[in-house]
Design a protein around this ligand. Structure first.
Ligand code: FAD
Ligand code: FES
Length: 256
């Protein structure tokens, strides 16, 4: 598939490290699906669609730093959307969000609100100024905030609150953020027999995005993040490498 040329129409500075890049067309997609973003001369990297016509990006390394140098009128290539996306289930849902994990879950919150679901969100970030889409989640339903340094809301991790809430009142739980955070959520839901009602969006190295190179396979069953995911139910992740180790760009195992 040849990438489509996406011209940047405007850029929103969401937090000191995160920006939303709007482009000049919309993609029909299921919240949680991603696109492969080709930054010419550097790399092609996976990004969730945060809106039908936007990606929301945290500056991490080479590709994302080049993206942050782009201005209105510049362009990048897009292939996709790819992957399965979240499945909205029941009438009452909980979102557990860490950092830039708000990109796919912001899109899910919008869809859930327009479908008339009751939405509660636990939104965590390192500091108050790194909270992403606070207003968007508030407009979708109830919002609880956590910050690592206590600059806003509960001081600590989003998972601290997950342990304190009666999770059985939700029909489904959705989580995206650092893998350590999602692993803690998985342990809590597993402990109360709810792992099949929780969906996790994995953010790891994806290369081809087509299910053929094997770079994104999860041990021991070989589930591919790019094709079988990036959304997996909790009961698919228990007894796997999730939360324990992952592969780096060269395919080498690295501890999480
Ligand atoms: C399905 C999917 C959806 C994603 N959606 C988003 C999104 O909406 N917004 C967003 O900002 N990011 C998202 N990511 C992560 C994003 O793809 C990486 O941050 C990006 O590829 C980093 O590229 P880089 O060249 O800037 O960094 P690199 O130069 O490749 O990496 C720099 C360092 O960052 C770390 N790193 C790189 N990639 C990852 C990763 N995937 N996970 C954890 N650590 C990593 C490594 O330690 C690495 O040494 C998503 C990933 C996947 C698989
Ligand atoms: S990235 Fe190639 S198989 Fe998933």
């Amino acid at each position: 598939m040849i990438p489509m040329d996406a011209e940047i129409t405007h850029i929103v500075n969401e937090t000191p490290s995160i920006r939303t890049f709007f482009f000049d067309f919309s993609l029909e997609h299921i919240p949680g699906q991603y696109v492969m973003v080709w930054i010419r001369g550097v790399d092609e990297v996976p990004m969730s669609l945060s809106y039908p016509n936007a990606i929301t990006v945290q500056k991490i390394g080479e590709a994302t730093s080049k993206l942050f140098k782009m201005v209105k009128g510049d362009s990048f290539g897009i292939r996709g959307p790819f992957g399965n996306g979240f499945s909205l289930e029941g009438r009452s849902i909980l979102l557990v969000v860490g950092g830039v994990g708000a990109a796919p879950l912001g899109a899910l919150a919008d869809r859930a609100k327009s479908d008339g679901l009751r939405v509660e969100t636990i939104l965590g970030a390192k500091r108050a100024d790194e909270l992403l889409f606070e207003k968007r989640f508030k407009e979708a339903g109830d919002l609880l905030i956590t910050t690592d340094d206590g600059s806003l809301g509960h001081k600590g991790l989003a998972t601290d609150l997950v342990g304190e809430i009666d999770l059985t009142k939700y029909d489904a739980i959705y989580s995206c953020g650092p893998e350590e955070m999602m692993f803690r959520v998985l342990n809590v839901v597993e402990g109360i027999g709810m792992s099949s009602r929780a969906q996790f969006s994995l953010q790891r190295y994806v290369k081809c995005g087509l299910g053929i190179c094997g770079a994104c396979c999860i041990d021991p069953y070989g589930l591919r993040i790019c094709r079988d995911g990036p959304i997996f139910r909790g009961d698919q992740l228990t007894e796997t490498e999730f939360g324990r180790y992952m592969r780096d760009a060269s395919g080498k195992r690295v501890k999480i």
